[in-house]
Design a protein around this ligand. Structure first.
Ligand SMILES: [Zn+2]
Length: 329
């Protein structure tokens, strides 16, 4: 991989799905924070699949009107070119395969429209497999077909939010590296959204990367930057810095409480965020501006410049360079 790719700063997941489709202006904060690429969420299982299409349409339209600052990327070379041109590269991700509406053809449909990564199950079991807050279900027959189709088109398979069993089966089945775009270490903080040592190990062995997220509920108590660094340390100690990245899950201006409320989402909110795991306190999300503190913290802890470059982006960039394929007509 060339130096330009190695030095990319890469945020593998940002949660914009709660915003009104068409308004991504807050992405300028990513650019100001030195981020070169961000994967923007366009939908999740909590809402009907049509919302994903609505967000995709709105976001694509908005990006076309703001090409002076942003680039909706098609292939990996576009990311490198965007950085050279001083613009923020953007692609999309989906949280939960219910956005496929049970239709295998939708994988290719979304890929053509800029979706470069999809996690399979958002917390609760769905058409393709098991969620982390549900029974420990594995992949369904449809889920296995979806893995094959994602491998075929070049969409990155993401195991965050899945059940333990589904995540392990994804890593076993996928011919391309599987990522956890935004998952922390369960050994450091015992929350069902966090992943266990065997998942971390299997991900690294399969060539994947784990993105540490900045959600307080999944980090554990303490200073946000210090907690993110603790999870980075933990992963690096187990599987090496080459398999660790950032998927900070920064959303809105870090005040998503209303968007996640029962008033906003109705009774479905409690199904996807069970009160036993989400005790009602407002969710705290690290702002994207935390990145310089993370870099300073890694330097202070003695990480090499190469390891820091990998963790802040080079590792996820490597996955994209390897997995994304040209759109096939
Ligand atoms: Zn998520």
């Amino acid at each position: 991989m060339n130096d330009a790719a190695t030095n990319l700063v890469w945020d593998s997941h940002a949660g914009f799905a709660f915003m009104q489709p068409g308004d991504l202006d807050e992405l300028s904060r990513w650019a100001k924070s030195g981020v070169d690429f961000v994967s923007v969420n366009i939908g999740y299982d909590v809402e009907p699949w049509t919302k994903s299409v609505e967000a995709l349409s709105g976001y694509r339209h908005w990006l076309r009107q703001n090409t002076d600052r942003f680039v909706l990327v098609n292939d990996f070379a576009d990311v490198v070119a965007a950085k050279k041109g001083g613009k923020l590269a953007v692609s999309f991700d989906i949280e939960g395969a219910d956005s496929l509406n049970g239709d295998l053809g939708m994988v290719d449909f979304y890929y053509r429209l800029g979706v470069r990564q999809m996690l399979f199950v958002y917390n609760r079991n769905n058409l393709v497999g098991g969620g982390c807050h549900d029974g420990n279900q594995g992949l369904t027959a449809f889920g296995r077909a979806v893995v094959n189709e994602m491998n075929r088109v070049g969409m990155v398979v993401d195991a965050s939010h899945c059940s333990h069993r589904t995540s392990m089966e994804l890593m076993e089945r996928s011919s391309a590296p599987v990522v956890f775009s935004h998952s922390n270490a369960r050994a450091l903080h015992d929350h069902e959204r966090n992943i266990q040592d065997d998942q971390i190990k299997a991900c690294a062995e399969q060539g994947g990367v784990i993105g540490i997220n900045g959600v307080g509920l999944f980090l554990g108590d303490g200073d946000t930057a210090e907690r993110i660094l603790a999870h980075v340390d933990y992963m690096c100690e187990r599987v090496g810095a080459r398999h660790v990245g950032l998927g900070l899950d920064s959303i809105l201006d870090c005040q998503p409480d209303d968007a996640l409320s029962e008033e906003a989402l109705g009774p479905r909110a409690k199904q996807y965020w069970p009160p036993r795991q989400y005790p009602g306190a407002p969710m705290a999300f690290a702002p994207i501006e935390v990145i310089p503190s993370l870099v300073a913290g890694m330097k202070a802890r003695g990480y090499s410049a190469a390891d820091i470059a990998g963790i802040t982006g080079g590792n996820f960039a490597r996955i994209a360079a390897d997995v994304w394929k040209p759109v096939q007509v």
